[in-house]
Design a protein around this ligand. Structure first.
Ligand code: BGC
Length: 653
């Protein structure tokens, strides 16, 4: 068995493999200090193992004090036949541990952890283990993080012998590694696609001008309606902006029925939306509803509403739109599983306004907003201090970002002659539509599972970044990888004790596995992965999964999500570099929203880790403040409706 340390500057060490059918408890120790090499094995009851451990601690400590670095390896087997391997480094700061002729520095007293299979690693989550030393205790001895996560896990590490399923799963997991050099190439390409998108239309990164030229400062006031058509839900809200960075929000939320997403005509979808607005007004603004809508219906009046009776509504429409003014924009394409061809090329505000008018509601669609723009606005309204937010980003069902760009860089607009643009601040919010970054796959990773998913999606070849990053797709990537291993005659995932997968398992259905499954298993820190097994029952209908199965699935899920987070870091890093705000500002504020950032443990940490690896960012990453902009799209839409209302009022005078 070959073991490697994840610390990039530690050398590989060899572990002697012990027979799998050793007695109940076996302790095997090997030092990797050249010349010191000793090896002993204690076989028998657990206490004898610990005697061995203590002896070893003593010997290794002496070695450390004398200036030798020492790599110690320990294997334990418990009554259930499970193996745990420990590899600890002891020694003074900066001492050298070496096994293969060359030498490298290993972190001082890092209890380097690992390893299971040839050329693969796994470790505890650092938080699950108490510090270094041979007696380190881990609440979660089998919490697999993956090879590349080891560098962030300097404390106590553990190893267990791989089962064939785990072994195979770790191999699959490694296909999702995104090394630093690939991340760097990603940022370089993102920067060049950003520039191209600002210069012309029809590029892969759309860089859509939003006509929003300033961000709020928290003093805005008023009552506005907002609706939010995202990937999964439709929300109707009324927002009372209080002018002191706070707001009250009332909302109704409904899941968008699947058949609406692929309705034969846009009319069905927009009628459904207008009906939800009507129900909301009736429920939450009943007095107003009675005084306006009901009165007119009862009397059969078709009089126009008076201006003061009309609600201004901000429409958050989370799909790519070619925007031509603050409340005009045509749909470029559907994403996130929607597919209603006759809507493409039509003005989304008009489609909604027509449906609202059919129901005679006192509502004017005043502003059109992408959810990322809403997030940016909401974060800027609520964020602490005077810092203006640079970027609003969504990592939910879909992914995208909108940022504040210098107006004179948006060369595809006729900025000088366009009288609808406010030039005062020489800036405009740009909706990148980064879900379509690198559709031609010049830098994005492309595993077999990515390829299969894309081929069977409603929009092959499109939204290639989104298909590797966002919540709509991660569960499906995992499903495909797991399914492949269940069919593999060597890996035998979920097959060791007979086929554990019922024929009606969502594992057999495209889009059957929700990304929330990945968050649940990642958060599982129980030693026998109880929560993962329960989630396997709930999401896969698989009961009696073994701990090996659970570990294998957890390892793959972790790798898929970590890749997604690191890819997200590429987008953020590129925007920090493009705008140069990382060099000029004390603090760079970013607002985020979406289920992945909210619920996936460490998503933001992995994103930050990737950003730090990028040239020009490095340590400056610590200047970046990332905050959740909860309800961002609703509040943001209200804020833009407010701006639009002011402009409209001026126009009416
Ligand atoms: C859409 C974007 C949206 C993002 C997040 C993507 O699929 O194209 O417009 O901002 O999802 O909801």
């Amino acid at each position: 068995m070959t073991a490697k340390f994840s610390e990039s500057d530690c050398q590989p060490v060899s572990l002697s493999s012990a027979s799998e059918d050793d007695a109940t408890w076996t302790h095997l120790v090997q030092s990797s200090v050249p010349g010191l090499g000793f090896l002993f094995e204690v076989t028998g009851k657990p206490w004898t193992a610990w005697v061995g451990v203590l002896g070893l601690v003593f010997a290794a400590t002496i070695a450390g004090l004398l200036g030798f670095g020492g790599g110690m390896h320990h294997k334990y087997e418990n009554e259930n036949g499970n193996y745990n391997y420990y590899a600890d480094f002891l020694g003074r700061s900066g001492t050298t541990a070496s096994t293969s002729g060359s030498s490298n520095n290993c972190p001082s007293s890092a209890a380097a952890t690992e390893i299971i299979a040839p050329d693969t690693f796994y470790s505890h989550s650092p938080s699950a283990c108490t510090s270094s030393s041979l007696t380190s205790t881990c609440a979660n001895p089998l919490n697999i993080l993956s090879a590349s996560s080891l560098s962030s896990s300097p404390a106590g590490m553990i190893m267990a012998a791989p089962s064939p399923s785990l072994d195979a799963a770790l191999r699959v997991a490694r296909e999702f590694d995104l090394p630093s050099d690939q991340a760097q190439r990603g940022v370089d390409e993102f920067l060049s696609q950003m520039a191209e998108g600002l210069a012309k239309n029809g590029t892969t990164l759309s860089q859509i001008p939003t006509y929003v030229t300033s961000v709020p400062n928290g003093t805005e006031k008023g009552l506005y309606l907002a609706v939010d058509l995202g990937g999964t839900n439709f929300r109707v809200c009324s927002i009372n902006l209080k002018g002191d960075s706070t707001f009250d929000l009332t909302q109704n939320k409904v899941a968008i029925p699947r058949d609406m997403m692929v309705a034969p005509s846009y009319k069905q979808l927009f009628k459904f939306l207008a009906t939800q607005i009507e129900a909301f007004l009736e429920e939450h603004h009943n007095e107003h509803f009675e005084a306006t809508v009901r009165r007119r219906r009862l009397t059969g009046t078709t009089d126009q509403y008076r201006r003061e009776e009309i609600f201004d509504l901000g429409f958050t429409f989370s799909f790519p739109v070619h925007q031509t003014s603050i409340n005009r924009g045509t749909l470029i394409r559907w994403t996130k599983g929607f597919d209603i061809p006759d809507a493409v090329g039509k003005d989304v505000c008009l489609m909604l306004q027509d449906a609202i008018n059919e129901l005679h509601l006192p509502v004017r669609v005043a502003a059109l907003v992408n959810d990322t723009v809403g997030t940016l606005m909401a974060r800027s309204y609520t964020s602490p201090g005077k810092t203006e937010t640079l970027l609003g980003a969504i990592f939910g069902t879909g992914t995208n970002g909108a940022y504040v760009e210098k107006l004179d860089k948006v060369t595809k607009l006729d900025v000088k002659n366009d009288r609808t643009i406010d030039h005062t601040k020489n800036q405009m919010v740009i909706n990148t539509e980064w879900g379509s970054f690198d559709n031609h796959l010049s830098v994005l990773p492309n595993t077999i599972y990515d390829q299969q998913l894309d081929a069977e999606s409603v929009n092959p070849g499109i939204q290639m970044f989104e298909k590797r990053v966002s919540g709509m797709f991660l569960g499906e990537i995992l499903r495909r990888a797991v399914l492949a291993l269940t069919k593999d005659s060597e890996a035998k995932l979920l097959q060791t004790e007979g086929n554990l997968i019922p024929s009606d398992s969502p594992l057999y259905e495209i889009w059957g596995i929700d990304t929330s499954f990945l968050s649940i298993i990642e958060a599982d820190t129980t030693s026998d992965l109880t929560a993962t097994k329960a989630a396997l029952f709930e999401h896969f209908k698989v009961s009696n999964a073994t701990t090996d199965d659970a570990q294998a699935i957890k390892a793959i899920g972790h790798a898929i999500a970590k890749r997604a987070a690191r890819l997200s870091g590429i987008a953020l890093a590129a925007i920090l570099l493009d705008t140069k705000r990382i060099d000029t500002d004390e603090t760079v504020d970013i607002g985020v929203d979406g289920s992945l950032v909210e619920f996936y443990p460490k998503f933001v940490d992995y994103m930050r880790e990737a950003m730090r690896e990028i040239k020009g960012i490095g340590e400056k990453e610590s200047k970046v403040r990332i905050g959740i902009a909860k309800d961002g799209s609703g509040v943001g839409a209200a804020l833009i409706a407010l701006v639009a209302h002011k402009e409209y009022a001026i126009g009416q005078r």
